[in-house]
Design a protein around this ligand. Structure first.
Ligand code: PMP
Ligand code: GLN
Length: 384
């Protein structure tokens, strides 16, 4: 059997959700909202199941969804895209797998900025390549161009970038995007740009797709997810967007991973995109209010909370909150003894990860947040 999987742990999200269920804890660990999906999209899915096709759709996605994705990005970001630049996948996780498989060969290096989403390093390794970590420093998590530049070697093939970033909640600024873009242009690298949180940006901030920077359209493979756009994480409908030559190769990798994705859900997502930009701002307002509620309640309970600019995640600094326990110890004790599941940040890096931060999901109903923060207050009393 493959030793990679013998050494690998179960994903931190799966682990914490299982512990939350086992101990009846409030689950602020795995990132999924417990409110607010557009009901008309659910109706569209139900109608498509009953009245539409339930057979294999085209491997790259239905034409209706590919057209809807292209039109959505024209409205949102002024991008001129065609359906042939879009390949629909079974969630962003599969899109990342297909993009990595299509990009790297054995021995290539791929730069990741840590803390990084947990699928990146194992997927890069399984594709035969080597993840090279560039650690960002809390609490600002700023991208420094020199640090990126130092990580480049003759074997570097790609940068796997994530903006807005999970788990830090950081929305990178235009200067930082330009740092990534200029390193990619100078060293002729592909950028796999995981932009699944593109619409969950708070406080009126503006998201800029990496492909819209000078010279980046031809070297960027964007990864996106309807799960985040419509708060329907279980649907697992995602897509990549790239220049036609790159998109064709990603589509070839995708055809032998899942081949295609449920046509009824594609129909509903196409309906939602065509109808749904009006849904985005209320979703952002709702998430922002939840962030403010959770951050204020955690601070009132004596926790030091880092700034969250995007996504539905915020980080708590255990050390600055007067707790000596490390993140993994806190997460284990909190779920078992205080009744709240959180995610330790050390799960998102291998090289010298921070061990004093935990991530909480605030994409939740008020009562979930209140119960979760009450349990966090209990954890602080127990573990101080
Ligand atoms: N990338 C990032 C940064 C994510 O946060 C997530 C899910 N939270 C994914 C990829 C996976 O998305 P999906 O559920 O569509 O596979
Ligand atoms: N992306 C989600 C998170 O960050 C989890 C997704 C998963 O469990 N695969 O919590």
């Amino acid at each position: 059997m493959n030793p990679l999987y013998r050494q690998m742990k179960t994903s931190v999200f799966e682990r914490m959700s299982a512990l939350a269920a086992e101990h009846g804890a409030v689950n602020l660990g795995q990132g999924f909202p417990d409110f607010g999906w557009p009901p008309e999209i659910l109706d569209a899915a139900a109608e498509a199941v009953v009245g539409g096709s339930n057979q294999y759709p085209p491997s790259g996605g239905t034409m209706a969804l590919r057209d809807a994705v292209a039109a959505h990005y024209k409205r949102q970001f002024g991008q001129q895209l065609t359906a042939e630049q879009v390949c629909v996948t079974s969630g962003a996780t599969e899109a990342l797998g297909a993009a990595i498989l299509a990009t790297v060969q054995a021995g290539d290096e791929v730069i990741i900025l840590t803390p990084a989403y947990d699928s990146y390093a194992p997927t890069i390794r399984r594709a035969g390549a080597i993840p090279v970590e560039v650690p960002l420093q809390p609490p600002e998590w700023r991208i420094e161009r020199e640090a990126l530049e130092r990580a480049v070697t003759p074997k570097t093939r790609a940068i796997l970038f994530n903006n807005p970033q999970n788990p830090t909640g950081r929305l990178f600024g235009v200067e930082e995007l330009e740092a990534v873009a200029s390193v990619a242009r100078e060293h002729d690298l592909i950028v796999i740009s995981d932009e699944v949180w593109e619409h969950v940006v708070l406080d009126g901030r503006r998201f800029v797709p990496l492909a819209t920077l000078d010279g980046m359209a031809e070297r960027t493979i964007k990864v996106a997810s309807a799960g985040k756009i419509f708060s329907l994480t279980g649907w697992k409908v995602g897509w990549i967007v790239a220049a036609p030559a790159l998109a064709t190769l990603v589509a070839r990798a995708h055809q032998f991973l899942t081949f295609s994705t449920a046509p009824s859900l594609q129909a509903a997502v196409a309906f939602g995109l065509n109808d749904g930009d009006s849904w985005l701002q209320p979703m952002r307002d709702r998430v922002q209010r939840s962030r403010d509620l959770m951050a204020a309640a955690l601070r009132a309970a004596g926790y030091a909370v880092l700034d969250a600019q995007a996504t539905y995640f915020l980080c708590v600094d255990l050390k600055a909150s007067g707790l000596a326990i490390d993140d993994e110890g806190f997460a284990t004790e909190a779920v078992k003894r205080a009744g709240v599941a959180v995610v330790p940040l050390s799960a998102f890096a291998e090289r010298d990860p921070p061990r004093h931060l935990v991530r909480l999901c605030f994409g939740k109903k008020d009562e979930t947040i209140e119960a979760g923060v009450a349990a966090m207050a209990k954890a602080k009393d127990l573990l101080a």
